[in-house]
Design a protein around this ligand. Structure first.
Ligand SMILES: *Cc1c(COP(=O)(O)O)cnc(C)c1O
Length: 389
């Protein structure tokens, strides 16, 4: 036997939030509970048929069976550039300013390796998707949390970042429409971010995963449409949420050529790109029939209204989001994030994510994902009405 000892970078990690939730769900199910899982943000709807058919046809072509290009098929990156032009009016050089990713999580996890040295700081929102801070730590950097609070519409207060932190800050992560708060960003906020980035020499990495998961015609701005954005940053995007393709692992980063180039160099030394048949299907997703988007929005709008309407009737201060499939709300008086999420699981068989799991400023909140049918959401509300809180 040898002594197996994990590296410090693993030892310092908190348990991955969603792995922990999966474990709790399995425990409840073992006790025979019919769990309504509103915990993890993974769409329950299937990938649209036209995309599956494109994969099936491409999978039969031997030319796609070989190692893919490291930075992504040219055709796929050209489709991404056309999407940006049409969606946000942004011009991108498909080969220099776009890199394909094995899901945006992969790119987010790798980007600090390209730019963060030990001692450097990355500014990360909190509460947030855990990957920004962890990826920074894996690169030897220090994450500095920017609290997202209701009083500031869940936008970071850039003026609150201490000067000595700014001296060391090299990168900033942002994510709008936001997970977990569902908050939108404004064009004005993005302008402030570009000015701030120029002034303090900070690269901006904006995560745009929920750009199309919107309600009532809301069109969230891309960071890249902000004047000067391409001089300071990049945007991560993914087919996961827009086309119910979380299992397929395909996304991209786009924007500043030097930042994209650095990420590409890291990737070419670690992975070997995305199965090209999946990239062919990705082109179909972006450029085929978009009826699936209308259908998805209709379904999530119905679910949102059932859940938010029901929570309000129970006296919970929930607001209907205009984007994302999350409902982020303050727990009732007398509860913490953990005690309320615990009550929901133990007494109502409902999995919700405690807000503090996304970072300390999320304390006092719970996140529910609209990833079950409206009938199940109605049942969740009924079960909550019975427990009383
Ligand atoms: C779901 C999600 C993603 C998408 O991840 P993929 O790796 O592209 O599946 C990225 N960022 C946030 C904040 C998310 O919630």
């Amino acid at each position: 036997m040898i002594k197996i000892e994990q590296a410090d970078r693993l030892k310092q990690l908190p348990p991955y939030l969603f792995a922990e939730l999966d474990r709790k769900k399995a425990e409840a199910q073992d006790r025979g509970v019919d769990v309504i899982d509103l915990g993890v943000g993974d769409p329950d709807l299937p990938t649209p048929d036209n995309i599956i058919e494109a994969l099936a046809a491409a999978a039969k072509e031997p030319r796609y069976h070989r190692y893919p290009s490291y930075t992504g098929m040219n055709n796929f990156r050209e489709a991404v550039a056309r999407w940006y032009k049409q969606r946000a009016g942004v011009d991108l050089h498909p080969l220099k300013e776009v890199v394909s990713l094995i899901g945006s999580k992969e790119g987010i996890a790798h980007i600090p390796l390209a730019f963060i040295n030990p001692g450097d700081v990355a500014l990360v929102p909190s509460p947030a998707y855990p990957v920004y801070a962890i990826a920074t730590m894996f690169a030897g950097g220090t994450p500095h949390e920017m609290p997202l609070v209701k009083e500031n519409n869940f936008l970071p207060d850039l003026t609150a970042i201490p000067a000595e932190v700014l001296d060391k800050a090299k990168m900033m992560f942002l994510n709008y429409p936001n997970n977990p708060t569902a908050a939108p960003a404004t064009v004005e906020f993005f302008k402030t971010v570009v000015d701030f980035a120029v002034k303090h020499n900070i690269m901006v990495c904006h995560d745009f995963a929920y750009s199309e998961m919107t309600f009532e015609g809301y069109v969230p701005p891309s960071f890249l449409e902000t004047p000067g954005a391409k001089d300071v940053g990049i945007e991560f995007h993914s087919l996961s949420k827009t086309y119910n393709m979380t299992g397929w692992r395909i996304g991209w980063a786009a924007g500043n050529a030097e930042i994209i180039g650095g990420l590409g160099r890291i990737k070419s030394n670690i992975d070997s790109g995305i199965f090209e048949a999946i990239q062919v299907a990705g082109i179909e997703a972006l450029e085929g029939d978009q009826q699936c988007l209308t259908d998805m929005r209709t379904i999530y709008t119905e679910r949102r209204d059932v859940l938010v309407g029901g929570l309000k009737k129970l006296g919970i201060k929930a607001e209907a989001p205009n984007a994302t499939f999350y409902v982020w709300f303050e727990v009732p008086e007398g509860y913490t994030s953990a005690s309320f999420a615990g009550l929901l699981l133990d007494k109502a068989g409902i999995m919700a994510t405690p807000g503090n799991g996304f970072g300390a400023p999320g304390e006092g909140y719970v996140r529910m994902a609209l990833t079950v049918s409206k009938e199940r959401l109605a049942e969740a509300v009924e079960r909550m009405a019975k427990i009383g809180f």
